[in-house]
Write a protein that binds this ligand. Structure first.
Ligand code: 13P
Length: 265
């Protein structure tokens, strides 16, 4: 049973399509989701699609054409406003394509591309300053989990990844996603009670870094092998306000079943 505070936070289900879907495939997936998702669901939850940069325009056009209430997010952004940064994409550029969210600090970027928590904080600051919602990702390795050090590790990562973010975070609607690295793409998941303990610790650290009001309103997502069959158990936790979904967001039927299950239907 979600507490009154939890009930005041709008649930959020975000699909991270990672490096999947060409432009045409992305439009077709978006259309499939629009066709299957009851309008009521997008009044009760923020449903966010995060395609590759190259498909942002196609996805947001498909949503606008149908007057759907689905939201769009990018999977990353630059911390810099513009300049000689070959291959980077600015916050203004994604906002121009109707993205209202951006995932930052995904473990695949931290692990494969050497992104640091300081880099992540700079991106989150740039997003908040422009009024876009950052989905700041944190999460521990299997070694840290097995050593029982998850909470210490994640709390430190939250503090560093939100450094200096506070000023605009409330208005921007800060989101933090707890994604244990060992649960991503593996079919393995922590217990919902573990996710709750970590989510509560994340909220406490958001409070310490950004103040009580930001913490109260920030939404904490769980991510890592979220499926239609397990999402409800995570969503039932008091401090878990949403899910960040990889593989199960790539098929319209599966993703819509997942959203409905997250909403208790
Ligand atoms: P999976 O849902 O495929 O495990 O991916 C999780 C993830 O990394 C979402 O950002």
């Amino acid at each position: 049973m979600r507490s009154r505070d939890a009930a005041a936070r709008t649930p959020i289900i975000a699909g991270n399509w990672k490096m999947h879907k060409t432009y045409a495939e992305a439009v077709s997936l978006t259309q499939g989701i629009i066709d299957r998702l009851p309008k009521d669901a997008t009044r009760r939850a923020d449903v966010v699609l995060c395609p590759p940069f190259t498909a942002l325009r196609g996805v947001s056009n498909a949503i606008a054409f149908d007057h759907a209430r689905i939201k769009v997010g990018a999977q990353d952004c630059s911390a810099e406003p513009e300049g000689a940064y070959t291959g980077q994409v600015s916050v203004a550029m994604i906002a121009d394509l109707d993205a209202a969210y951006a995932i930052v600090g995904h473990s695949e970027r931290r692990g494969l591309l050497g992104e640091t928590s300081a880099d992540v904080a700079a991106k989150a600051r740039a997003l908040c300053a422009a009024g876009l919602t950052p989905i700041v990702c944190v999460g521990e390795s299997r070694e840290v989990y097995e050593a029982g050090d998850t909470i210490d590790f994640v709390v430190d990562e939250v503090a560093a990844s939100l450094a200096g973010v506070c000023a605009d975070a409330d208005a921007a609607g800060l989101c933090v996603a707890y994604e244990p690295i060992w649960a991503i793409g593996t079919g393995l998941v922590p217990s919902p009670e573990h996710a709750q303990r970590v989510a509560a610790a994340i909220r406490a650290q958001v409070g310490a870094t950004c103040g009580a009001q930001v913490a109260e309103r920030a939404r904490v997502l769980y991510g890592g092998s979220v499926k239609p069959g397990n999402v409800a158990a995570f969503m039932a936790q008091q401090d878990v306000d949403g899910a960040l979904v990889g593989g199960a967001s790539l098929d319209a039927d599966t993703f819509v079943r997942l959203v409905l299950s997250a909403l208790g239907e």
